[in-house]
Design a protein around this ligand. Structure first.
Ligand code: URA
Length: 246
């Protein structure tokens, strides 16, 4: 017998966005839902949430969507937003349409600005989301930065000091690590996630960020073969990498 939690089929599929419970019952009666190759005609049946369920449960012949506990890495392109409060297309529009009807919903793990590209995580697991963004976890984020004006040489020390104040704030930033690539290109690694932090850090020292791209969260790198606009379901190893020191 399986030790996995069990759930009513109609509830599971309704929460994955396949339709109302009534619609799921209609699908089941029509023979559209199969488990291990056999029709599941009663949507009130309970099924075990085994991790291999997506390989065994099909809807209209297609494997069922990933179960709750979903974690995604997305290569956020420029011009899409993480917040309903900002104008423009949302990152959620890059996901399959049905995934936008999931309950619990997918949320971004922190945010990237509309004009920032790179590695963005999304999950429906609230506890995991909080573990990643919690200041206690100290998950480092690395950003590739292009600047308007050449670096002067003192920036790394200023950022590392942990004394830099951003305009309108009353608490200095925690230390930020800076790696210089050339006069107008560098990488910064930070553990906080203050609003527009990288752009405001450079503004605070008289420079201006012209391009910003996040290429690492914790020990997880944006995969080189994940094109802008594409996403991938994270493995348990990917999630562990987020918490591993880079
Ligand atoms: N800092 C910024 O300024 N923007 C981002 O999107 C992330 C960090």
């Amino acid at each position: 017998m399986s030790a996995a939690k069990s759930v009513r089929l109609d509830k599971l599929l309704a929460n994955l966005g396949y339709g109302s419970r009534r619609e799921i019952q209609t699908l089941a009666r029509a023979g559209a839902i199969r488990l291990d190759g056999a029709d599941l005609v009663d949507a009130g049946d309970r099924i075990a949430l085994d991790p291999d369920l997506p390989d065994r449960l099909t809807i209209d012949g297609a494997p069922v969507d990933p179960l709750p506990g979903l974690c995604l890495m997305l290569h956020k392109p420029l011009g899409v937003t993480c917040s309903h409060k900002e104008a423009g297309p949302l990152v959620y529009g890059l996901l399959p349409e049905r995934w936008r009807r999931r309950d619990p919903p997918l949320s971004t793990v922190g945010r990237l600005d509309k004009e920032t590209s790179g590695l963005l995580l999304l999950t429906d697991d609230g506890a995991l989301l909080h573990r990643i963004i919690s200041p206690k976890a100290q998950v480092a984020k690395r950003y590739r930065v292009t600047l308007d004006r050449p670096l002067t040489g003192g920036e790394a020390a200023v950022f590392a000091a942990g004394t830099l104040m951003l305009e309108g704030e009353d608490r200095p930033l925690l230390p930020v690590h800076l790696d210089v690539a050339d006069a107008t290109h560098c990488a910064v690694t930070l553990t906080e996630g203050r609003y527009h932090q990288v752009r405001r850090m450079f503004a605070a020292i008289g420079n201006h960020v012209t391009a910003l791209h996040r290429d690492r969260v914790g020990g997880l790198d944006l995969p080189a073969d994940l094109a802008a606009g594409d996403y991938r379901v994270m493995t348990a190893g990917d999630v562990a990498a987020v918490f591993a020191a880079a």
